[in-house]
Design a protein around this ligand. Structure first.
Ligand SMILES: *Cc1c(COP(=O)(O)O)cnc(C)c1O
Length: 223
């Protein structure tokens, strides 16, 4: 079995230099995360607030923590002080809630809008029409404590590579449209988070610049 260091070295040698690697460390203990940290990884992804909260104090302070799981409104308050980017904003209500809490603590919170393009009905997120109406709306202009930095999306879990290509291309296309129409002047709107262990090479071909990789680095998760 190859080591975490080998896996990271291999990823780093194959990822284009403008693609950020987020090491998805959910369900792995902090000593495992530490090995990745020692290889230079500074971006870690977690999907549960409780788990993130438990890990942060045991890890170095220069880590950028990414939240990638489904986020419930009642967990937002606990999450905000810890996180540097929330990938999984999947509704206007949640965006409003994050804005309210961010305002309360005097912080501007960086978020990505999670787009829904995959076939599975279980996947949360915005579709194109939601995005267009969101940015056109008055209520959006009032959200001054969140900074929308781009989009996140997942492809359908399938062996059909044509379909995976198509879905990632769709996410990228929505990003480009949003950039052109609403964020042309905003340098911070520049993140396309897509690609996991099984599909990240395809995601990169289709224009991802942030990949979220867990099993490839750490091996299977112990639930
Ligand atoms: C778990 C998870 C990942 C990482 O998945 P792997 O297949 O282990 O690379 C990426 N993104 C999200 C949203 C996840 O929940």
């Amino acid at each position: 079995m190859s080591s975490i260091a080998d896996n990271i070295a291999h990823l780093k040698s194959t990822l284009p230099s403008d693609v950020t690697l987020v090491a998805v460390s959910k369900f792995h203990p902090v000593d495992t995360l530490r090995q990745a940290y020692d290889c230079g990884v500074r971006d870690f992804g977690e999907s549960r607030v409780q788990e993130l909260k438990a890990k942060v104090p045991s890890m170095p302070a220069d880590i950028r923590w990414h939240f990638i799981g489904h986020l419930q409104s009642n967990k937002v308050r606990a999450l905000l002080p810890l996180v540097s980017l929330i990938h999984s904003v999947d509704s206007l209500e949640l965006l409003r809630c994050i804005n309210r809490e961010a305002e309360r603590i005097g912080k501007t919170v960086d978020v990505l809008l999670q787009l829904h393009v995959a076939q599975e009905s279980t996947k949360f997120g915005f579709d194109v029409n939601d995005c267009v109406s969101l940015f056109g709306s008055v209520s959006f202009a009032e959200l001054t404590s969140v900074r929308i930095c781009g989009v996140m999306g997942m492809a359908t879990n399938t062996d059909d590579e044509v379909q995976i290509h198509r879905e990632f291309a769709e996410i990228r296309r929505i990003f480009d449209t949003m950039k052109q129409r609403f964020f042309a002047e905003a340098d911070y709107f520049n993140v396309v988070s897509m690609g996991m262990t099984d599909d990240y090479p395809i995601a990169i071909t289709e224009g991802s610049n942030m990949v979220r990789i867990g099993s490839y680095i750490f091996g299977p998760r112990q639930y």
